[in-house]
Design a protein around this ligand. Structure first.
Ligand SMILES: [Zn+2]
Length: 220
C-alpha cells in the first residue's frame, strides 16, 4: 500500500510539467519517471521513495509548486552527456533543505517578473564537477543554486532586462547571485536564455563567470 501511495504522488508531480519545452529525450519528465522508479544500483533502495520524501519536505516548507520538483534533481544535460552519468541525481538528503531559500526567492521575487521557470541544472555532485572542471566553490555542489530558463517569454533581451532591473532593486537586500548568460553584442551566444540564481551573496556575472562579463550595464 505504501508503495502505491508513493507512485501516485510522484506521477502526479511529473504530469504537472507536460507543457515543459523539454518534453522528450534523456532529460525529460518521461525519462525522470522511468529513472526514479528504477532502484539505486548498489543498495536497491527506491529512488521513488526518496523523491516522495523530498516532495513532502518541499510541501511542508510551502515551496512545492515553485518549479516542477523533479527538475530539481536534473543534472545539467550537457554535463551528463559529456561525463556519461545519469541525467538525474538524488542530492544527499543532508543537503535537501539548502535549496529552500533559493526557491523562496524564485517564488516571491523572480517568477512574478519572469513568469514560469524550468530548471536546467540543480544539484551537482563533486564527481560531475571534477569532470567538467567546474568551480570548486560552485553553489550547485551544496544544492544552493539553480540554472533556469523562462518557459513563457517573448525574447531573451526582455527576460535579461527584467532580471537586471530586479537585481538592481533587490539583489543587495536579498543576497541574490545572478548569473546572466547573455551578451547583447553577441546575441547568438547562450541561445537558451539561461540564468543562474542563488542567495549566497549579492553579485552578478556573465559568460566568463566574473563581473567583467555582467551584461546588465549594457542592457539597462
Ligand atoms: Zn549555475
Amino acid at each position: 500500500m505504501a508503495i502505491l501511495t508513493v507512485a501516485t504522488v510522484s506521477l502526479a508531480a511529473v504530469g504537472d510539467v507536460a507543457s515543459s519545452p523539454n518534453e522528450a529525450g534523456p532529460s525529460s519528465a518521461e525519462a525522470f519517471n522511468r529513472w526514479h522508479f528504477s532502484p539505486h544500483p548498489h543498495t536497491m533502495d527506491s529512488k521513488a521513495a526518496s523523491f516522495a520524501s523530498f516532495q513532502a519536505m518541499l510541501e511542508e516548507e510551502g515551496v512545492a509548486e515553485v518549479v516542477p520538483a523533479w527538475q530539481l534533481w536534473r543534472v545539467d544535460a550537457h554535463y551528463a552527456k559529456r561525463c556519461g552519468t545519469d541525467y538525474f541525481l538524488v542530492p544527499p538528503e543532508s543537503r535537501w533543505r539548502q535549496i529552500i531559500p533559493t526557491l523562496r526567492l524564485l517564488r516571491d521575487e523572480v517568477i512574478p517578473v519572469t513568469g514560469p521557470l524550468e530548471v536546467a541544472s540543480g544539484y551537482r555532485s563533486p564527481e560531475i564537477n571534477d569532470c567538467v572542471n567546474g568551480a570548486s566553490r560552485s553553489k550547485h555542489l551544496n544544492f544552493k543554486a539553480l540554472d533556469l530558463v523562462a518557459t513563457q517569454i517573448t525574447g531573451r533581451e526582455d527576460i535579461f532586462k527584467k532580471l537586471c532591473i530586479l537585481q538592481n532593486q533587490i539583489g543587495r537586500s536579498k543576497s541574490m547571485g545572478l548569473g546572466a548568460f547573455y551578451d547583447p553584442e553577441d546575441t547568438q551566444r547562450g541561445e537558451m536564455g539561461r540564468f543562474h540564481i542563488d542567495v549566497e551573496g549579492y553579485r552578478t556575472w556573465g559568460f566568463d563567470y566574473t563581473s567583467k562579463s555582467n551584461p546588465c550595464p549594457k542592457i539597462l
